[in-house]
Design a protein. Structure first.
Length: 437
């Protein structure tokens, strides 16, 4: 019932795309003059007041001329491109009367019909209303865009693994799979993303692309925040004695800060509270207890936050941890860290004390279930037996965020108390015994 007509030059007219749709806005031109195109390959992305859709090529051929511009409003039936050579498909009766140049034969409906012989007026490819629009500058081939659209994925959200972040079909599949998995394990938020207002209405603005770390951080933080019911427990540790030990045992070129002490203390606490060294598998309804002790440390870099993981913290001395923390933080800042070194943590520590602040509520680093936030230690007046002590104490504010699905409040409080008590112990004897090395 459908014929393929040979032609020299096809005036490709914007085909009918739906009832009562008279025109549309060209969002993207997906081909350039000189491109060889295949039948069904998307040529244009168009937006109407009802939907956004791709306009496929009616034929194999070469693009000789593009007669419209991105952003232009184009009427149905208007010639948008000239395509040279090849064969165009058409409805037999109509095509027998009209040459391809007059092109209702090249309508989307007719082309779709030739691929899937269904009703006379075949459905056009319409993005689901809830699917956010794909940005036009996303680096992806039209076939990949089309595939993403067909399976209901917004290609603008897919991380590309190809050169320059180019998105392949495999990337779309991996993204869809991850989405399905996370949807299976999380409660729906039910909140659709809203378009941003036009901020330039209120003053000058400057739009900058996100770097890769910012993109990944934004995605990861959204995942962490929306999948984990957070509770944050606050406490303070008296580190007056620890401060003395830290300074006493620091050596030129081998400065000890509070962080390696905390790493060691957490490693011990994780043994007492194994649910803090665990992950939840909601799909399998299981808890995964980890027998290793690897702790992530948030490192502030000029590119953004990166969390390398220090392995086997329980088996290392405080000196070793201090050395490893320094070299790892430096390698992170020098962009010399591998992806592998950012994975597989039991728990994370984030110390903002070098910068300042009295308390904060850290976000649990999924798939972990707890994170310890450290704020700036301060000298504080102290009360003992109802009376104010003459000697102020050096107090370290700690905030423990945890996944309330797995960790109950009482154990959250107990874990943090244990950490506080451990850093309050006079380390001196133990440190001297071990000589920290
Ligand atoms: N209270 C008071 N002083 C503190 C402190 C604290 N909690 N933590 C560190 N300090 C002091 C150190 O003793 C050091 O002082 P001196 O130079 O006088 O000895 C100074 O602050 C700088 O320490 P540091 O930050 O370089 O060293 P660190 O080992 O404690 O921390 C690292 C290493 C990598 C954790 C840190 O450099 C860093 O990047 N912190 C930021 C983490 C971050 O961004 N978290 C946010 C995550 S959520 O967005």
């Amino acid at each position: 019932r459908f014929t393929l007509k040979e032609f020299k030059m096809l005036d490709f007219k914007l085909p009918p795309v739906g009832e009562n749709i008279k025109s549309g806005n060209i969002v993207a031109i997906l081909v350039a003059v000189g491109d060889a195109v295949k039948k069904d390959q998307p040529l244009l992305e168009m937006e109407t007041d009802k939907a956004s859709l791709e306009i496929p090529s009616p034929c194999d051929g070469t693009i000789k001329e593009i007669l419209i511009k991105k952003g232009e409003d184009v009427k149905i039936g208007q010639v948008v491109m000239r395509i040279e050579g090849g064969k165009a498909s058409g409805v037999a009766k109509a095509a027998s009367k009209e040459t391809p140049q007059s092109a209702p034969a090249a309508s989307v409906a007719a082309v779709k019909e030739s691929v899937r012989p269904t009703p006379a007026v075949a459905p056009v490819q319409v993005a689901p209303a809830i699917l956010p629009e794909a940005p036009v500058d996303v680096p992806a081939a039209p076939s990949v865009r089309r595939f993403a659209r067909e399976i209901g994925i917004n290609i603008g959200q897919v991380p590309g693994t190809g050169p320059g972040g180019r998105i392949s079909i495999e990337d779309v599949k991996a993204f869809a799979k991850a989405l399905n998995t996370s949807r299976a394990t999380m409660a729906p938020t039910g909140v659709a993303a809203k378009p941003l207002p036009d901020f330039s209405k209120w003053g000058t603005i400057d739009r900058q692309p996100m770097n890769n770390i910012r993109k990944r951080t934004a995605e990861h933080m959204t995942l962490c925040w929306t999948t984990i019911p957070h509770v944050t427990q606050f406490d303070k540790a008296d580190i007056t004695d620890l401060e003395q030990s830290r300074k006493k045992f620091s050596k030129p070129g081998r400065k000890l800060t509070v962080t390696p002490f905390l790493l060691k203390v957490i490693a011990t606490a994780l043994k007492t509270f194994p649910e803090f060294n665990a992950s939840i598998d909601m799909a399998a309804q299981e808890i995964i207890y980890k027998k290793y002790c690897h702790i992530g440390v948030a490192v502030d870099t000029d590119r953004g936050l990166i969390v390398p993981v220090i392995r086997d913290v329980d088996r290392k001395t405080i000196y070793q941890l201090a050395d490893e923390l320094n070299t790892t933080a430096q390698r992170v800042r020098d962009k010399k860290i591998s992806l592998d070194e950012l994975q597989g943590g039991s728990m994370t520590v984030t110390n903002l004390g070098g910068i300042g602040g009295t308390q904060f509520t850290p976000i649990v680093n999924w798939p972990e279930v707890a994170i310890l936030g450290v704020s700036r230690a301060q000298w504080e007046p102290c009360y003992a037996d109802g009376k104010m002590s003459h000697a102020p104490r050096f107090m370290l504010p700690l905030s423990l965020s945890y996944d309330h699905r797995l960790i109950d409040g009482a154990n959250g409080a107990r874990f943090l108390r244990r950490v506080c008590e451990a850093v309050e112990q006079p380390f001196m004897t133990e440190l001297e015994k071990q000589d920290l090395c």
